[in-house]
Design a protein around this ligand. Sequence first.
Ligand SMILES: Cc1cc2nc3c(=O)[nH]c(=O)nc-3n(C[C@H](O)[C@H](O)[C@H](O)COP(=O)(O)OP(=O)(O)OC[C@H]3O[C@@H](n4cnc5c(N)ncnc54)[C@H](O)[C@@H]3O)c2cc1C
Ligand code: SF4
Length: 410
Amino acid sequence: MTKKYTEEIEENFTPITLNEEASRCLLCLDAPCSKACPAGTDPAKFIRSVRFKNIKGAIETVRENNILGGICARVCPTEKYCQKGCSRSGIDKAIDIGRIQKYITDMEEELHMNVLAKPIKNKKEHIAIIGSGPSGLAAAGYLLLKGYHVDIYEKEKELGGYLRYGIPEYRLPNSVVDKEVNRIVSLGACVYTNTTVGKDITLEELEKKYDAVILGIGLNKAKTLPMFMNNPHVVSSISLLKEIKENKGNIKVPNNIIIVGGGDVAMDIATSLKILGSKNVACVVYEEFSEFKASEKELEGARNLDISIYDGYIPLSVNDNEVTFKHRKIDSEIKMKADLIVLAIGQEVDATNIDVEFDKNEAKTSTYNIKGTNIFAVGDISRNKEKSVVGAVRTAKEVVFEIAKYLEGK
Ligand SMILES: Cc1cc2nc3c(=O)[nH]c(=O)nc-3n(C[C@H](O)[C@H](O)[C@H](O)COP(=O)(O)OP(=O)(O)OC[C@H]3O[C@@H](n4cnc5c(N)ncnc54)[C@H](O)[C@@H]3O)c2cc1C
Ligand code: SF4
C-alpha cells in the first residue's frame, strides 16, 4: 500500500513482467477489448505490437487513437470497459490492459517520442474551447491535428480540470497531466487561463468571434443537502481533494472523519485522508454493497486502509458535528460525531451567466450541437452515458467530427 500521497499506488511492469502479461493475450481476431474501449484505443493492436517487441508501433497505436492515452492508462475503470469482455477471463483473469498501456506511454516519455505530427494550420476557421478538462483538451488536440486554429478559455490558473484538481496524486500525478497537456498545447493552441466565461468574457462574445464554440465546463459544483448547509464542520469532497492536490498532500488533516457517499469520489477522499494521517475514516453510503457505485479497484484500496463502510444508510439530521443516519430497510439508526463531515454525494453543472439550457446536468443538444447556435457541448455536460475521462475523450472525437461537418457545410 502507498506510503505517501505523492507516490503512485500502482506498481509498474518491468520489461519481463510486461512480456509475460502480453503473452497471456489470446490474440483474438475480433477482439472484445478493442470494441469495448469508449475512445477506440485498440488494445488488441498495441498488445500485439508489444508481443512482437515493437514498442514504437505500440506507442503509435495508443497515441493515434487516444490523445490522452497516458492518463487513461492510469484512471480508466478498465473492469467496466476494455477488460470486461477480455477472452482470457474465461481461463484465469483478464489481461491488465491499463498497466500495459501505462508502460507504453511511460516509454514514450522516456524515449522523448512524439508520434503526433506537428499540424499545419491550413484551415481558416477559429474555434473557442471553454474548459480544459479531458474533453476540452482532447477536442483541442484533434482540432489542431486537423489544421484548425484553437483558443482555450479556462477559469483555473492551470489546465486539466479534474485531472489536475480532482483525481489524487497517488493515482494520477500532476507531472503526467503536465506532459499530456503540453503535448496538446504545443500543437499550437492559444491558452487563456484565469478566464471565466460568464464573468470575464461572455458566451455571446465568443459565439460572435469564433466559427464554432465548444462548451466543456464539466460538473464542477458539489451537490449538497439542505441539512448540511452553512455548517462549519462540513466540506465538499471536491473542494478538499483540490486543496490536497494543490498542496501536494502537505495539509494538516483531522483525526475523525465522516464521509457521506460511496462512489469513486468518496473512495478518493477517504483514501487520501487516510494516507495523510486521519486515524478514523468512516464512509456512510446510501447504496448497499450489491449496488455500490465505486469501482472494485477503488473500493479494495479503501478497504485495505481500514476505512469503515456503513452501507444502506441515509442522513436523517445533523446537529453541529453529529450526524444521525437511518437505514433504508432495517429499523435502525446510528449517530456519529466527527471533526470533519465530508459530502461526496455527486457533482452538478455550474453554468452561471452561461445562457444554455440544461436537463439533468446535460446541455440540450442534438448530436452535440445546441440548436440554432454554433455551440457544441462536450464531456460530462454532453448527452453521454460515460461520465469518465475516456468517455470525455470519446465525446471530443465525435464533437470534432461534427464541427468539421458543420464548418464544411457553412
Ligand atoms: C475526484 C474525482 C475522481 C475521478 N476519478 C475518475 C477516474 O478515476 N476515472 C475516470 O475515468 N473518471 C474519473 N472522474 C470523472 C472525470 O474526472 C470526469 O468525467 C472528467 O473530468 C470530465 O471531463 P470534462 O472535460 O467534461 O470536465 P472537467 O474535467 O470537469 O473540466 C471542466 C473544466 O472547465 C472549467 N470551467 C468550468 N466552468 C468554466 C467557465 N465558466 N469558464 C471557463 N472554464 C470553466 C473547469 O475549471 C475545468 O477545468 C473523477 C472525478 C472526480 C471529481
Ligand atoms: S483507454 Fe482506457 S478503456 Fe480504453 S483501452 Fe485504454 S485503459 Fe482500456
